[in-house]
Design a protein around this ligand. Structure first.
Ligand code: SAM
Ligand code: SF4
Length: 334
């Protein structure tokens, strides 16, 4: 029998060390670019339990996964998330547990999350205007998000990163106010180009507010920026520093400058499907392996290795060959 390899390498030589775990497909708001207004959520029994998630992370860690990020839907609607953070932070080999949240439920548990071992937190905030927040998310909650961000800072998260979506004709005027808020509070602001994973099939290439346009707006409204000297060329975000030394902005240009060539990520959905790309059309169902009477760790490791080995070169958003996956963003997690 061939021995099981101990690294997650695909046929393009990309080594995978980063696992994003969606803990629920539910959400307490309805961002128009992510979710439809009414959704049939997964029945609770179909969600992986914390035990099942931890078991999988233990196996993944033996294959080189050392970074984990919890996402959703909205991860904080799942109760006891700090307990999951603590479990995952204690897995041998896991160096870093992060979380991406819309921030609405964050303020009361920011400290518990920090104490549980979470160190990296990203809060999504697209606008500084509560009325615009309501338009974009079909719900109220802007004030709670701001409270959540400030509570995360006070709890010791440093940096707190803010994710803002960049949609042309929609969020253009939000760029500069977000930039000012981030500078004022020492937050790292990152703009994410709008991607074709939206519910309404509204995405068009022309609706992407491009990284270059965002930089122009910030330069005009706040001050000039230059590429950060300590840039990691493999990271999805291109970082820029304000020339006056106050603050940094990241641009995640998934559409205008795809970073597939250095991708190191795999994703686990809330119902236990493994996805080797955000835009993957195929998934590997791990739940039966996790739920059989005696879970077979070897088979789970093999499934992860095979999924990574079979990864394609990259998404083809910029070509006529692109096929939109059936899963929407809220059930992948970003
Ligand atoms: N609910 C959490 C939140 O909003 O941060 C976690 C899940 S959400 C799907 C993760 C990230 O995906 C958010 O920052 C959100 O703005 C981003 N996102 C959602 N739909 C998107 C789209 N169509 N294009 C680009 N980013 C998107
Ligand atoms: Fe919910 Fe996050 Fe999607 Fe907004 S982006 S609907 S907060 S999952």
């Amino acid at each position: 029998m061939t021995p099981t390899p101990n690294r997650l390498v695909d046929s393009f030589g990309r080594v995978h060390n980063n696992l994003r775990i969606s803990v629920t497909d539910r959400c307490n708001i309805r961002c128009t670019y992510c979710m439809p207004e009414s959704v049939r959520f997964l029945p609770r029994g179909e969600l992986l339990t914390f035990e099942e998630i931890e078991r999988f992370v233990r196996i993944a860690a033996t294959l080189g996964i050392d970074k984990v990020r919890l996402t959703g839907g909205e991860p904080l609607v799942r109760r006891e998330i700090p307990a999951l953070v603590a479990r995952l932070a204690a897995v041998p080999g896991i160096k870093d547990v992060g979380l991406t949240t819309n921030g609405i439920l964050l303020a009361p548990i920011a400290r518990d999350l920090f104490d549980a071992g979470l160190r990296r937190i990203n809060v999504s905030l697209d606008t500084m205007d509560p009325a615009r927040f309501r338009e974009l998310t079909r719900r109220d909650g802007w004030e709670q998000v701001i409270e959540g961000i400030l509570a995360a800072k006070a709890a010791g998260f440093d940096p707190v990163k803010i994710n803002a979506i960049a949609i042309k004709g929609v969020t253009d005027d939000d760029v500069v106010p977000l930039g000012r808020f981030a500078r004022e509070h020492g937050l790292e602001l990152r703009f994410i180009e709008y991607m074709p994973l939206d519910a309404g099939n509204l995405w068009e290439r022309d609706k992407v507010l491009l990284a270059a346009e965002i930089l122009d707006r910030l330069a005009e409204g706040i001050g000039p920026l230059a590429p950060s000297p300590d840039q990691d060329p493999r990271a999805p975000a291109m970082d820029y520093d304000y020339l006056d030394g106050v603050g940094r902005v990241g641009l995640i240009a998934s559409v205008s400058r795809p970073f597939c060539g250095s991708c190191n990520r795999v994703r686990l959905t809330a119902d236990g499907k493994l996805r080797n790309c955000l835009f993957a059309l195929d998934e590997t169902d791990l739940r039966p392996l996790l739920r059989q009477n005696e879970p077979d760790d070897e088979a789970l490791a093999r499934a992860l290795l095979d999924s990574v080995a079979g990864k394609w070169e990259g998404h083809e958003i910029n070509t006529a060959r692109f096929i939109k996956p059936e899963r929407l963003m809220h059930s992948i997690g970003g």
